[in-house]
Design a protein around this ligand. Structure first.
Ligand SMILES: *Cc1c(COP(=O)(O)O)cnc(C)c1O
Length: 457
């Protein structure tokens, strides 16, 4: 009897040498970002205080393919190509006829997909003479990736870390400091944005929106410093397509094509990175029926309950206005939620495709998510990041539906990272302390009152 293959591995020289930019393939024109003060469309020059021109040009690029510089590929080769695995043991445990595949990004040095863009961002900043990066981190993965990337390119790195994570995740902080980064709990006294929040609420546990305001202000007020964002922006999603491009080659090695591609969504970068190369087949008509699914927590139901309007990318209203599904930029996530994925908005590219009905979205409360993660670990041996566990849960549910329907559904999901810095969350789950929190319609309506009126929208 032939032995079924478990790992589909590419050779180093099969790493894709171009990123895929979905912009020219979108079914309709994108809504341009607007200046936070004037509400007028912004151009490359408006972004220059925050980003190097190399990244700004990628942000607005209409080129379908963007060459990956050799210096970046050389670093990618430390962990890429990442494995695509068939979850035979999970299929057996679930008793499903479905074929379940997962693309595992936890093999990167920082433990998630985030270095795929951190390395690229550090490279383009260095190339233009920037010497310091200011950024924020929520759960700590982005800060870890950026701290490592800055070390590789000899850049200073200042990280504003959401205060609740700073206190709950000392090992993430130590990881960043190991790479020489300077880590500050946000809200902090170092910026006007931070001081403003602390005046209103001295005990603020912080949020990603607040930390972004602090990092943006830091970059805008220091000539040698640029700002760096780990998700949401077009160029970040483009960098992450390396994940989906590899996956397509690996699915071809397996001799299959997915019926459904599933990713968890915080800001949208890992889901888009995995799904956009498959979306290209859907938009191009080769694979019109492939389903693409975004998974989010009910505690931060941006795609499933947010409104598709222009809103600020940060809490203080200093970052550009972008058209996206939003819970309102003043949204502060529930501190009782253990699962990450807590940004008030989502990537405009992803939101546009969801708005046009090309990407599905589902939301889950956290206990069933951790239950699925534990089932996955028992079968496959990897403890997923709490964020990635949302994709695991959706994949398990698809596999159970396939069993009920007696179908060999081919499921591909993104296992965006491992959970080895997140064992406190598992501890809480196993002790029965997690609350199945759902962000209420009242709170959403309240926060949406603060969304600015845009005449043209
Ligand atoms: C940051 C992170 C996410 C969420 O961010 P996206 O931009 O939506 O991908 C998901 N999984 C892991 C492991 C992360 O570190």
């Amino acid at each position: 009897m032939p032995v079924a293959t478990t790992k589909f591995l590419l050779a180093e020289n099969e790493i894709p040498t171009q990123w895929y930019n979905i912009a020219p393939d979108l079914p309709g024109p994108p809504s341009p970002p607007l200046h936070p003060g004037t509400h007028q469309p912004i151009g490359p020059d408006d972004l220059a205080p925050l980003f190097p021109m190399g990244l700004i040009l990628q942000e607005v690029s209409q080129d379908r393919w963007i060459d990956i510089p050799e210096e970046i590929l050389e670093i990618y080769r430390l962990w890429r190509p990442s494995p695509l695995q068939r979850a035979h043991r999970l299929e057996k445990a679930l008793g499903t006829p479905a074929h379940i595949y997962y693309k595992y990004e936890g093999v990167s040095p920082a433990g998630s997909h985030k270095p795929n863009t951190a390395i690229a961002q550090a490279y383009y900043n260095k190339a233009e003479g920037v010497t310091r990066i200011a950024t924020e981190t929520g759960a700590g993965q982005w800060g870890s990736a950026m701290a490592m990337a800055c070390k590789f390119f000899d850049l200073e790195c200042s990280v504003y870390m959401v205060k609740i994570s700073y206190n709950q995740k000392p090992y993430r902080r130590a990881f960043m400091e190991t790479f020489g980064a300077d880590v500050t709990a946000s809200p902090s006294n170092q910026t006007n944005a931070g001081r403003g929040i602390l005046e209103q609420d001295p005990d603020s546990s912080g949020s990603l929106g607040i930390a972004i305001s602090e990092a943006v202000e830091d970059a805008a007020t220091h000539d040698d410093t640029r700002y760096s964002l780990g998700s949401v922006l077009n160029h970040v999603l483009t960098h992450q397509t390396i994940v989906g491009l590899e996956s397509k080659k690996q699915m071809a090695m397996a001799g299959e094509y997915p019926d459904v591609v599933i990713g968890c969504v915080g800001g949208g970068s890992n889901m888009a990175g995995l799904a956009f190369p498959f979306m290209a087949d859907k938009l191009g008509g080769d694979k019109p029926d492939v389903r693409l699914m975004a998974v989010e927590p009910t505690a931060c139901p941006t795609l499933t309950k947010g409104q598709y309007v222009y809103d600020f990318g940060d809490t203080a209203g200093m970052a550009p206005l972008v058209k996206m599904h939003t819970l309102g930029h003043t949204f502060v996530p529930a501190g009782i939620h253990a699962g990450g994925l807590r940004y008030h908005g989502d990537a405009p590219l992803l939101c546009q495709l969801h708005h046009e009905g090309l990407i599905e979205a589902v939301a889950y409360p956290q206990n069933p998510v951790f239950e699925a993660a534990v089932t996955f670990a028992a079968a496959e041996g990897i403890v997923p990041a709490p964020e990635s566990a949302h994709a695991v849960k959706a994949a398990v549910d698809e596999a159970v539906r396939a069993k009920e329907a007696g179908k060999e559904t081919v499921i591909l999901f993104g296992l965006s990272g491992h959970g080895y810095f997140d064992m406190t969350a598992y501890d809480e789950y196993l002790a029965g302390n997690l609350d199945d929190y759902a962000h209420s319609d009242e709170l959403i309506a309240e926060a949406l009152k603060n969304v600015p009126e845009i005449a043209s929208a």
